[in-house]
Design a binder for this molecule. Structure first.
Ligand SMILES: C[S@@+](CC[C@H](N)C(=O)[O-])C[C@H]1O[C@@H](n2cnc3c(N)ncnc32)[C@H](O)[C@@H]1O
Length: 471
């Protein structure tokens, strides 16, 4: 069968392109093709992912955040009111630590409460477009964004997944049925990009003025000064209760935002291994009407939570804590006036430093890509279990804008469209201003506070958003 000259030219063109790819692109990409190249470790996968998605968002801050994430974190010693408080405080001061809550600059809180700048209190105002953070628009100013809205690093990520053979697929499109062009892997990568993008939209969400600052209880959270990377010794027991709990200082923020009062009824929806439950119990009076319900879905982690309670609290306190093993997205009774939802997330610091139990393991890709949906469902469940007038605090330990502001925005939209429930976001500027000596906050978080890790005070990352259920 003879070829028409048009078809012949077409084949020649495809052949030429193939040769061109083989002789140029193939060699340019050679390191990725080496058959004996070792697969990336989970931590390296995570770091590559963050370079692709966080760098365009955090821009000039990214190099210092990145090196901090890879460096040893700093701890905070949260003093236990059931230990020998005075002696512990004295010992901590003697080794050079200071209570960052005591040294918080509360004088700026009044100033901050009247601040009406971006992120400031705007009673019953919708979030204005001008103050919104548009991920893609910002990219455009800084880096080249291609027709699909991807910056160079995101494009590289896609191309790493596609490999050079996909370049030739572009040219051979006319011979290949469309559904075969995108393999399952390509689709996952596209899903990755859409799940990691946070695009700010104008939504109807009131912003309530801040509550007065209340660092209760005042037994203290001790940290070493900026630049001091000393480690705390392990705590010692006093009458069977350990004197303090070591945690990331940024983990204190969600509990400060929750503003726990002695007689509150608190639900900690994703409680294990129990760092924040420990802090909540420092403020609650379980003998005087206060209640704590700790829930988690993972049995092994609940065991760790029980251990934390056993090691830090007298038996008559730990026995009064309700502990359940339920999926947090199931229905909880609407009886709590304070609800903390500290969701599973990318867990950035863990992801780039620990290969074990790492969500960036290739076999866990689908689980990881399902995170934002679980986070939304958990937040909705938390809101539904909170009585009108009560407070919900949403927190993560990731810098992912999609898992932070993105989840708050999506939930506000969903509740607005599908339910009678009304929520408002509460201003956290006073907290931010008063603790700016200890933490470095990102200045473009829209519905909460984001702590950026820094080498001087290597805490975080952490994101906190405080919501009030109105109806
Ligand atoms: C970030 S950790 C919580 C840390 C804890 N708040 C603390 O301060 O120690 C997230 C927790 O959510 C739990 N989790 C994941 N999916 C869940 C679900 N569907 N329902 C309830 N808990 C869940 C995990 O088992 C994990 O313990």
């Amino acid at each position: 069968m003879s070829l028409s000259s048009r078809n012949f030219l077409r084949l020649l063109w495809v052949y030429y392109k193939q040769c061109h790819i083989l002789t140029t692109k193939r060699f340019r990409y050679k390191p990725k093709w080496a058959y004996n190249e070792k697969p990336l470790k989970n931590c390296e996968q995570a770091l590559g992912n963050f370079d692709a998605f966080y760098k365009p968002f955090y821009r000039k801050d990214w190099p210092s955040i990145r090196v901090s994430l890879l460096s040893l974190p700093k701890h905070c010693a949260a003093v236990n009111k059931y230990g020998n408080v005075e002696k512990i405080q004295e010992q901590l001061c003697d080794i050079g630590a200071e209570d960052f809550l005591l040294s918080a600059d509360v004088s700026v809180q009044n100033e901050a409460m009247s601040d009406t700048s971006v992120n400031g209190p705007k009673q019953n105002a919708t979030v204005p477009e001008s103050s919104s953070v548009n991920f893609h628009t910002q990219l455009a100013n800084e880096e080249a964004v291609d027709a699909e809205g991807l910056d160079m690093s995101q494009r590289n990520l896609l191309e790493d997944g596609f490999g050079a053979d996909q370049h030739s697929n572009d040219d051979l499109n006319m011979f290949v049925p469309t559904e075969k062009v995108y393999s399952e892997r390509d689709l996952l990568l596209r899903e990755e990009i859409s799940l990691n993008s946070f695009e700010s939209r104008e939504i109807s969400l009131s912003v309530l003025p801040a509550d007065p600052l209340n660092f209760s209880p005042d037994v203290g959270a001790f940290v070493f000064q900026q630049g001091d990377v000393s480690r705390f010794p392990s705590p010692k027991p006093h009458h069977g209760c350990l004197g303090y709990y070591l945690m990331d200082a940024a983990s204190v923020l969600p509990v400060l935002a929750l503003d726990v009062q002695p007689d509150d009824r608190v639900l900690d929806l994703c409680a294990a291994p129990g760092g924040k439950s420990y802090l909540i119990l420092q403020a609650l009076d379980l003998h005087g009407g206060g209640k704590l319900h700790c829930n988690d879905v993972a049995q092994a982690r609940i065991s760790r939570l029980k251990n934390v309670l056993r090691l830090h609290f007298p038996q008559d306190i730990s026995e009064r804590v309700t502990i359940t093993k339920m999926n947090g997205t199931s229905t909880f009774p609407t009886i709590y006036n304070k609800v903390l939802v500290d969701v599973p997330c990318n867990a950035d610091r863990h992801a780039v430093t620990e290969d074990e139990n790492n969500l960036f393991k290739i076999s866990r890709t689908k689980e990881r890509l399902g995170l934002t949906q679980i986070q939304k469902n958990l937040l909705i469940s938390a809101i539904k279990s909170c009585v009108p007038g009560g407070t919900i605090v949403y927190s993560t330990c990731t810098l992912s804008p999609a898992q932070n502001d993105g989840v708050i925005q999506a939930v506000a939209e969903e509740l607005w469209e599908t339910s009678e429930i009304e929520i408002a976001v509460q201003d956290l500027n006073p907290l931010r201003h008063s603790l700016s000596r200890t933490f470095r906050f990102h200045d473009r978080s829209q519905y909460g506070l984001t702590v950026l890790p820094t080498l001087l005070n290597n805490f975080g990352p952490s994101y906190v958003s405080k919501l009030r259920r109105l109806k």
